[in-house]
Design a protein around this ligand. Structure first.
Ligand code: BJW
Ligand code: ZN
Length: 246
């Protein structure tokens, strides 16, 4: 079922110890039981995603939005890294890797801690583990806090919200700038489990390609980045990445 010639070519490219930018999407955590947003296996309609993840909804449907985020925060207690996370950290140990993830879970960090090795990991869309004030700069990593109760900011009384990036909001400047810089200098861009529909994250592989990088995609399905990828491996990251590491 796996495309072995493509895996062989990718393994060969990576054996040359290139500078690698790894662009991660929700598909990497799918085999840990975290549902993806879109694509087969995604559990939301496009309308639901647009509604639940847009900054305007924090004004128009706050209770609903915060209850959904609180449920996802609570799910973080019971999820674990899958072989895809583990193999990615193993691969990163073999060379010059930078990881730029759209995911808001902590599974790459958990896999890193287990391996005793942590590459640079940039979180483009923030983290579900943290909460921050919608008004001031207060931010804290705290999974005990119940966002469903609509708590107020200890500093200014403003409404607290998950520490993630919604549609209509800008990405953390540092994470985006560093990722773009790595994209411009990467020799290989490894694209893992993303639909490639959300910008500016989707611009990272495009930028890497413009600057001469070889693009390798691992995704069981067609994505918006498949067309521009040089090597396409049609498979799950939890199954393909361990083979790439061998
Ligand atoms: C597997 C698998 C397995 C399954 N193994 N794979 C340029 C052009 C057009 C629009 C814009 C643009 N620039 C900006 C915009 C606007 C907007 C945007 O991109 N819109 C488009 C959708 C049209 N972008 C923004 O608003 C961003 N901000 C911004 O640009 O600021 C500047 C600005 C501000 C104001 C106005 C204008 C500009 C912010 C984007 C924030 C995205 N936030 C979310 C929610 C995060 C918090 C949360 O988790 O709730 O981020 S939305 C959601 O999508 C989440 C994800 O990180 C993101 C991407 O999803 P991802 O990771 O790709 O997952 P899926 O579900 O889409 O795909 C899963 C894939 O996995 C599939 O391909 C499967 O096949 C695969 N898969 N199982 C491997 N086992
Ligand atoms: Zn505040």
């Amino acid at each position: 079922r796996m495309n072995l010639p493509a895996i062989d070519r990718a393994a060969h490219v990576l054996k040359g110890k290139p500078r690698v930018l790894v662009c991660v999407g929700s598909g990497l955590s799918a085999e840990s039981g975290v549902p993806t947003f879109r694509g087969p296996g995604g559990i939301y309609s496009d309308e639901e995603i647009a509604h639940l993840t847009h900054v305007d909804t924090f004004e128009t449907d706050r209770e609903h939005m915060l209850r959904w985020y609180q449920e996802r925060r609570e799910q973080l207690h019971s999820i674990h890294p899958n072989p895809g996370h583990e193999a990615l950290i193993g691969l990163a140990q073999t060379g010059d890797y930078t990881v730029s993830t759209q995911n808001v879970d902590h599974l790459l960090e958990a896999a890193s801690d287990a391996a005793g090795f942590r590459p640079s990991i940039y979180h483009l869309h923030g983290s579900l583990l943290s909460v921050r004030c919608h008004v001031c700069d207060y931010e804290v990593e705290d999974l005990h806090l119940d966002l469903g109760e609509q708590p107020g900011c200890p500093k200014c009384g403003g409404p607290l919200r998950p520490g993630v990036v919604w549609f209509g909001e800008t990405l953390p400047e540092d994470a985006l700038e560093k990722s773009m810089e790595v994209a411009r200098n990467a020799e290989v861009c490894l694209i893992l489990g993303t639909s490639g529909l959300v910008y500016p994250a989707a611009a990272l592989p495009e930028t890497a390609r413009r600057h001469g990088a070889t693009l390798i995609e691992v995704n069981p399905h067609l994505s918006a980045l498949s067309d521009i990828s040089d090597i396409v491996i049609r498979g799950r990251t939890g199954e393909v990445l361990p083979v790439l590491l061998r």
